[in-house]
Design a protein. Structure first.
Length: 356
């Protein structure tokens, strides 16, 4: 099984990708709207087919990427039947199973943070994804969205603490750089729930937290009740329209050699190799402008800001960095030539100079 823990630094949200490596079928837990392009790029690079986006609850601190990923990948959205969301493809209840390839996640109802909180448990019971119900040495708040401290205490003790002690727990958030914990650790050391703390101890603790409401709550909750679908006229349309580009997991827009060959004159070709490479055995693309990477920041004004730019180097690494430098300099329509001159030559695209 393939597993990735992804992070959104703006909201402290963890997104989890799980896939069956034999079939390439995948599920994603708690995606973030602003990270949908990142997540889609990762799916593409790993050759995965996203079956479901799964929500642990209706979030108040970020907007889900479920709707946007469904639009871009054809995945389905699965949310608790008690969450109250519209536009859901599959409503989940306690005991349901979500299959991906030969693997599956079991659904455990864990209300308390909200009325519709659920925890996803891997088929081996070696991993569980607790959302905002149980955090690392903490738990979610219980003072809005149908929250109830008594229900949360029962949810954690009957649905999560009954898992094997070595089951790893992956929370929906962490703001201290912690990534995972275990059932045994939280039973022993969670300051709100562990040790000999009783339900009345827990309720007293939670009733006196005195927290401000999440900053994005007024935006996030209504949006998440629609599975993250933007309002009319607000659907993002920021995909580059000047070329057939793909975005890598590193956030770099790339163009393939054959497309560039078939569309001469669409973009400025910026070669960021050194002079000896530019005149060397790999040759160069017709009309390319040579500005070595080390000189690019101070010579960027030599490029036309009104025309798209395709950066190229030997294998695509330096030119990827060139796109970052140019973006910082205010250029908007920039792409990296995927694979650089090595791929350009391997695909028998025409060159000036060079040799076989």
């Amino acid at each position: 099984m393939l597993f990735r823990q992804l992070f959104d630094s703006q909201t402290g949200t963890y997104t989890y990708l799980l896939a069956d490596t034999e079939t390439g079928e995948a599920v994603m837990i708690d995606p973030v709207f602003e990270q949908a392009r990142r997540d889609g790029a990762l799916l593409g690079e790993l050759g995965l087919s996203l079956l479901y986006t799964l929500e642990t609850h209706i979030h108040a601190d970020h907007v889900t990427g479920g709707w946007l990923l469904r639009k871009n990948t054809g995945s389905k959205i699965a949310v608790s039947a008690d969450g109250g969301a519209d536009g859901v493809d599959r409503l989940l209840a306690d005991g349901d199973k979500i299959a991906f390839g030969d693997r599956y996640l079991s659904v455990k109802a864990t209300p308390g943070h909200t009325a519709g909180c659920i925890t996803f448990v891997l088929d081996t019971e070696k991993m569980a994804f607790t959302g905002d119900c149980l955090l690392i040495r903490g738990c979610g708040r219980t003072d809005f969205q149908g929250g109830d401290a008594g229900r949360m205490y029962q949810s954690i003790h009957t649905q999560i603490f009954t898992l094997p002690d070595d089951c790893l727990l992956y929370p929906g958030h962490d703001y201290r750089g912690l990534t995972t914990t275990s059932v045994a650790e939280e039973k022993a050391f969670n300051p709100r729930l562990g040790g000999q703390l009783s339900q009345s101890d827990f309720i007293g603790y939670m009733d006196n937290l005195g927290l401000d409401h999440p900053k994005k709550m007024d935006i996030a909750v209504p949006a998440n009740l629609k599975c993250g679908r933007p309002g009319q006229g607000d659907i993002p349309d920021d995909e580059p329209d000047w070329a057939n580009l793909t975005c890598t997991f590193a956030g770099i827009w790339e163009v393939q050699p054959l497309w560039l060959e078939e569309h001469p004159g669409v973009a400025q070709i910026l070669d960021v190799r050194e002079t000896d490479e530019f005149d060397g055995p790999l040759g160069r693309i017709h009309g390319a402008t040579l500005i070595p990477l080390g000189d690019l920041a101070k010579r960027a004004a030599e490029l036309d800001p009104e025309r798209p730019i395709v950066a190229v180097c030997r294998a695509g690494g330096r030119s990827a960095q060139a796109t970052i430098i140019l973006r910082r300099a205010g250029f908007a329509r920039i792409a990296n030539l995927a694979g650089g001159m090595l791929r350009w030559r391997a695909q028998h695209c025409p060159v000036e100079g060079g040799r076989d």
